[in-house]
Design a protein around this ligand. Structure first.
Ligand SMILES: CC(=O)SCCNC(=O)CCNC(=O)[C@H](O)C(C)(C)COP(=O)(O)OP(=O)(O)OC[C@H]1O[C@@H](n2cnc3c(N)ncnc32)[C@H](O)[C@@H]1OP(=O)(O)O
Ligand SMILES: CCCC(=O)O
Length: 445
């Protein structure tokens, strides 16, 4: 069959396509910019006919109608693998439930353990060979397609076509296609860095050398680092990161990214799984042969990262306790984000002797009432989720310095972490360290 004819025969309205969902089903939505907004609206409109429909995705940034139209959660339950802004607020309202994960394992969770009754994903228009491109979001897309009983594509004319691995699906694999108008892609502008972020960024950049291959995440810290690198003498840098963020655009515009120091692993290519930023970033990625948008089991695979020379990963966390346990996904019991790729990069950081994995955090957090709290805590006693066990803790950075916890005894960790704390909290932390028996008599005060 001619692909265009096959395509036409599979076109349905969003309303008709949504009829396929039955009570009790698990439905997977495309993540982030692959969110199928037309299908979501049509499914939400069926609310009163359906019970116990579970929807799974991550990084949804637009109002999710199956949650917004069902504020008591009586018909739909939304589950997220990783939350940012909007989903965090949905979670606060009881309308988003977190699914714990290690990012590199996400495709395997689908292939080994999960059922998907209906998969619905936003994709680019079909090309002349009958292929659709999953565009900016390729973390687990192919794994979802591989296990889904029914595959529905929502064609989004605004999505860029991105070069990559396992990032296409052929019309012959698809059950239904939805067409329609979409809003502009959600943009994430760069965040202005404050003096704390700049101090931390300068400690990290000072430890980097020419040819470094860099992984960084979202937030003010990575943006500060990107700007500092863009204005530094560093050269010949590489990109290998689960997220491609605006910071890389700064480095690119400054001519820093060549990817030529990568030997064996995608030389000449910027490798990532999800592009997250502003329209200028999306335009840079569009049909650019220097990009490779690959599944997360590849990008965050320990053996892959372990092969990359001069690898530098920079992530942030919410708090660390005196044992060196790192919490990056909750503040007490309030869920904030997820493990994402953080543990992958800490683990892989050990595979190559010249790799460095930094966890950066401001030493304090000022709450909405203006009260300052230490992000270095004696113990986690408020329900904080441990993202990285102390056995995986590695190079910690605050505005007060840089300390490597790997291989350190409990008393050395406590001392190093006290050094990283804000001076106003150090005495209190030492007292707590004595109480929990991790302070050594000879430790300095
Ligand atoms: C997502 C990535 O970073 S990709 C890299 C690998 N993955 C990871 O590292 C995953 C875990 N890490 C993360 O998700 C992030 O780095 C974070 C959440 C630790 C920091 O991200 P940022 O965007 O800089 O966070 P930001 O400062 O905006 O804080 C996010 C929320 O947490 C709250 N928060 C942050 N620190 C604290 C704290 N110490 N105590 C209480 N709440 C806090 C903020 O108030 C904010 O809540 P709000 O949205 O209601 O205002
Ligand atoms: C989608 C999650 C990105 C990360 O935290 O690794």
């Amino acid at each position: 069959m001619n692909y265009r004819e096959e395509y036409k025969s599979k076109i349905r309205t969003a309303r008709d396509a949504a009829q396929i969902v039955r009570s009790g089903d698990w439905v997977d939505f495309g993540c982030y910019q692959g969110f199928p907004s037309l299908f979501d609206e049509a499914l939400a409109a069926r609310r009163d006919e359906l019970e116990d429909v579970k929807v799974r995705a991550l990084l949804i940034t637009k109002p999710l109608q199956i949650a917004e139209q069902d504020p008591e959660g009586e018909h739909f339950t939304y589950n997220s693998w990783h939350m940012i802004g909007y989903e965090r607020k949905l979670c606060d309202r009881g309308l988003c439930k977190f699914i714990p994960m290690v990012f590199r394992n996400l495709p395997d969770y689908y292939r080994r353990f999960l059922s998907v009754n209906v998969a619905v994903m936003g994709v680019t228009p079909m090309d002349e060979h009958g292929y659709f491109n999953v565009s900016l979001n390729n973390s687990n897309a192919r794994a979802v397609f591989d296990v889904a009983d029914v595959i529905i594509l929502e064609v989004n004319e605004k999505l860029p076509c991105v070069h990559g691995l396992e990032n296409t699906i052929h019309i012959s694999e698809v059950d239904m296609v939805i067409e329609g108008e979409h809003e502009a892609l959600t943009e994430f502008p760069s965040i202005a860095a404050g003096p704390v972020e700049e101090k931390i960024a300068s400690s990290i950049v000072g430890r980097m050398t020419d040819g470094a291959c860099i992984q960084i995440g979202v937030g003010g810290m990575p943006d500060a680092i990107g700007k500092l690198i863009a204005n530094s003498e560093l050269k010949n840098l590489g990109v290998h990161s689960e997220l491609l963020v605006n910071a890389y655009l700064d480095m690119h515009k400054a001519g820093k990214i060549t990817n030529l120091n990568k030997r064996g692993i995608m030389r000449g290519k910027s490798v990532f799984s999800i592009a997250h930023g502003n329209q200028e970033l999306f335009d840079w990625v569009d049909n650019n042969p220097s990009m490779c948008c690959a599944p997360i089991n590849y990008v965050n695979g320990l053996n892959v990262i372990g092969e990359i020379e001069n690898f530098v990963s920079i992530n942030s966390c919410i708090a660390v306790d005196l044992f060196g346990q790192i919490s990056a996904e909750s503040a007490g019991t309030r869920h904030i984000s997820g493990t994402g790729g953080q543990l992958d990069f800490l683990t892989a950081g050990f595979k190559n002797p010249d790799a460095q994995s930094f966890i950066a955090l401001p030493s304090t957090f000022t709450d909405k009432k203006g009260v300052m709290h230490s992000n270095i805590r004696p113990i986690f006693d408020g329900g904080d989720i441990v993202t990285d066990p102390r056995s995986q803790a590695y190079i910690m950075v605050t505005e007060y310095g840089v300390e490597n916890l790997a291989g350190s005894s409990v008393w050395e960790r406590a001392e190093k972490l006290v050094n990283l704390a804000h001076p106003d909290f150090r005495d209190e932390l030492i007292k707590s360290a004595e109480e929990i028996n991790v302070w050594r008599r000879s430790n300095k005060r």
